[in-house]
Design a protein around this ligand. Sequence first.
Ligand code: GLN
Length: 312
Amino acid sequence: AFHAGNSVLGRYLDALVAALSGIDAGEVATYIPQLGRADPSDFGIAIVTADGRLYRAGTWDRAVTIQSVSKPFMYGQALTELGRERVLASVGVEPTGERFNSIVLDEQHNRAFNPMVNSGAIVTASLLTRATAEAGAADMLDLFSRLAGRRLDIDAEVFRSEDETGHRNRAIAWLMLNSGMIEPEPDMVLDLYFRQCSVLVNCADLAAMACTLATLGRQPMTGDQVFSPEVTRDVLSVMTTCGMYDYAGQWLYDVGLPAKSGVSGMIMAVVPGQIGLAVYSPKLDAVGNSVRGIEVCRTFARDFGLHTCTSA
Ligand code: GLN
């Protein structure tokens, strides 16, 4: 279990940043041109505990786009609005073992494999479109802001960059339109998907969002019940099996926490009942996960004995 006094934890995180900032491996993502402008030396960590306390270290306040870490939250909202049965008809819960942007679909069930890869996230976004693109974006931003406990916004430049260069995501959407996995209007679906990826968060925002998943859907600072306990459990389950792309199996083996990563270099991890953790460092490994981010989670889980399969 998680035992650390206030100042002890703050000092621990400072020491962790110092100890791991020598790691220089990986590459900043450039396939979305705006992401290539990230400062590779940035390295921040934040933790929010179930009682609403915030601990942070390094460049925790750098605001970057949330990217794929948006996926679990949209999935939770789809489950909330439409229920399990309707959502499962469109997107399953099986890991693909393929890259996050792979063009592979569950032909047997005529659905996307899971909501943590691009195809499944685009289907999930299709379930959350509104009458207009503006209304869909506004509801998405309201949701993310409730989860973070403060008003969030979109990085317009990154959004435009994704929209201009997202040909592969466009191909996935039209392929799914062809097989009836999404309803017409792929342009509006992709607009929402690109916008959800472009929401700006810092490590403290993301740790608060992660902690909301740790505390059965109740935002630890505002007390807002954003998701039901049942929906939260479903979100954490899919994060556990599919959250780290094609590294998910090794991640569970080594770290043992539900988590989600994004190509901006963010990773969020959840210790159910206890804490939300967010790490930012933009250099990615070949799978697309933050190199230092993985090391932080591995070290933290080991030092505090947090692997879910060993908790008493
Ligand atoms: N916006 C990115 C994309 O669709 C998100 C991918 C990611 O973070 N893995 O390619």
